[in-house]
Design a protein around this ligand. Structure first.
Ligand code: HEC
Ligand code: HEC
Length: 470
């Protein structure tokens, strides 16, 4: 049987090895080399070929173990940890950053769409009494030190000249930016606290009473809350030696939360990284096959192309995923999500989304910008003929309350499907191999990540998922 990926091979050097691999694994009996003694074990031989092929292709793709982050002052991390877990930053004091980014769930929440302010419970059990969902899936927080843009649409980004582009406009002053030590990650916490659905709540609390978009006033009111706690004053002063607490702004809080997220969620000692560093025992044979399918055959690495498997240029793409839920639009009630277009205003950017990083992706189901896919298998299968898969999207994998909100806009979504994906087809078994490869991107430490402090300075309850992952 001729396999259609062969013409996609990009370098003659890889082709020889890969053809040998395909011959050995393409369903036919491996050809054992002619005797003399002792005949090599055909399984071992094909594994050796696979190992060589994966190394060769990884080398061609310049794939290296992830760079670590620079050391960070422990005092800054500790301040950030307290703030990230402290519900005091929400209007009604009922939700913290970590409610939606639980370390036990890889910095996500196990929900398709988030349940913000006013919700109850944690992880998969979290519900909102009035059925309110956020517009998008909560992203993982792994390896943020490598990020140049955040959010599914990259609306918080570092531009080429080093400037930060954010939704806060002139509210984000040069003095605040001077405080930031970790680029976009330092700025991230400035936004959920202003967002009513996520943290700020309605006008009957002092933070929610401020008008929409009044970022500066919201940040100031939160600092007024923090100053009440002696422990916070001490933590801030320890985190920023030489700066008086009165001279600090919410930028100092946000920068500290960034420090905590980088330090707490740096997880890149994975079997695949160890393989790249030379330990060939780390990958199972299916994972090796999956690595080749991912890196070469099925074009995955045309978008997931950096060491952390993001787009190298920071470009955004339309991978043809369905849309449901409240949507993300400046016009209320639209129910659609135009992705990058909302940020740039360019219709060519319609429904383009950030290419998510994939280290530890096994731990952050569901997948996609609205959590459209319940399992890794489901999102990998989506890539096998995207048009057909989108049209037969299985709505039973999302929460019952959301099923009726699935938009029937498949033609529109497919109208600017990334052309890279149009010809991709593969066999069932390939999906399983790719999933095995993706699982080799899990740092074992991430399975037992436990970052929650026992208490926070405000004394409010701390979000910790008892019983861990399910
Ligand atoms: C109600 C749930 C919720 C809360 C509370 C929340 N987030 Fe998020 N967070 C999200 C969602 C959803 C996204 C993706 C939103 C988007 O792309 O538009 C996100 C995105 C992020 C990202 C970007 C990651 C990436 O890969 O692009 C970071 C970092 C982050 N949040 C940190 C925080 C911090 C810090 C706080 C507290 C100040 C916080 N979040 C509070 C739900 C939440
Ligand atoms: C055209 C660019 C492109 C190609 C090619 C591509 N992806 Fe993606 N990938 C994306 C984008 C964009 C998203 C986010 C999709 C969304 O929700 O809008 C994504 C999401 C994912 C996710 C979910 C991650 C998460 O945290 O939610 C996985 C897993 C994934 N891709 C694996 C693959 C595999 C496997 C292949 C090859 C079969 C592949 N991708 C090919 C662009 C691409």
């Amino acid at each position: 049987m001729s396999r259609r990926m062969v013409p996609q091979l990009e370098k003659a050097t890889a082709a020889g090895v890969l053809l040998a691999f395909l011959g050995a694994c393409g369903g036919e009996e491996p050809v054992a080399p002619s005797p003399p003694p002792p005949p090599p074990d055909p399984v071992e031989t094909s594994r050796e070929i696979l190992i060589d092929s994966v190394r060769l292709v990884a080398d061609q793709r310049n794939l290296d173990p992830l760079d670590p982050h620079d050391p960070i002052r422990p005092e800054l991390v500790e301040l950030g940890r307290m703030l990230a877990f402290d519900r005091v930053l929400s209007g009604e004091k009922d939700i913290s950053c970590m409610t939606c980014h639980l370390p036990e769930l890889g910095g996500s929440d196990a929900l398709s769409l988030t349940v913000g302010q006013g919700g109850q419970g944690l992880g998969a059990d979290r519900i909102h009494p009035s059925g309110v969902f956020g517009p998008r899936h909560s992203t993982t927080l792994f390896n943020l030190h490598l990020r140049r843009s955040l959010f599914w649409d990259g609306r918080l980004e570092e531009l080429e000249d080093g400037e930060l582009r954010t939704d806060a406009g002139a509210h984000l002053t040069p003095e605040m930016i001077d405080v930031f030590e970790f680029g976009v990650t330092s700025a991230q916490a400035l936004f959920p606290v202003e967002n009513r659905q996520e943290m700020r709540g309605g006008s009957d609390n002092p933070v929610g009473a401020l008008p929409d978009g009044a970022f500066t006033a919201v940040w100031a009111r939160l600092m007024d809350r923090l100053v009440e706690f002696e422990d916070y004053r001490a933590l801030f002063v320890a985190a920023y030696p030489g700066v008086a607490f009165d001279d600090m702004t919410f930028a100092h809080a946000s920068n500290a939360i960034g420090a905590f997220m980088i330090e707490g969620f740096a997880m890149n000692d994975t079997p695949f990284d160890r393989f790249l560093a030379g330990d060939t025992t780390q990958l199972s044979t299916p994972a090796l096959r999956g690595a080749l399918r991912f890196m070469n055959e099925h074009r995955c690495m045309r978008c997931h192309e950096t060491d952390s498997f993001q787009d190298r240029q920071g470009d955004f793409h339309n991978s043809g995923v369905p849309q449901f839920g409240p949507g993300f639009s400046d016009e209320p009630g639209v129910g659609d999500d135009l992705g990058r277009e909302r940020v740039t205003g360019d219709p060519a950017d319609r429904r383009l989304f950030q290419v998510p990083p994939l280290r530890n992706v096994e731990l952050t189901a569901p997948y996609g910008h609205a959590g459209q896919f319940a399992t890794l298998e489901a999102i990998v299968r989506h890539y096998n003929n995207v048009e057909a898969r989108l049209r037969e999207y299985d709505v039973s994998q999302i929460p019952p309350e959301l099923r009726g909100t699935l938009l029937n806009n498949f033609d529109e979504i497919l109208a600017n499907l990334d052309t890279l994906l149009i010809p991709v087809r593969f066999e069932e078994g390939d999906a399983g191999d790719i999933v095995e490869f993706l699982k080799s991107l899990t740092d074992p430490r991430a399975l037992t990540l436990d970052l929650a402090p026992d208490t926070v300075p405000s004394g409010l309850p701390v979000d910790r998922l008892t019983g861990g992952r399910r």
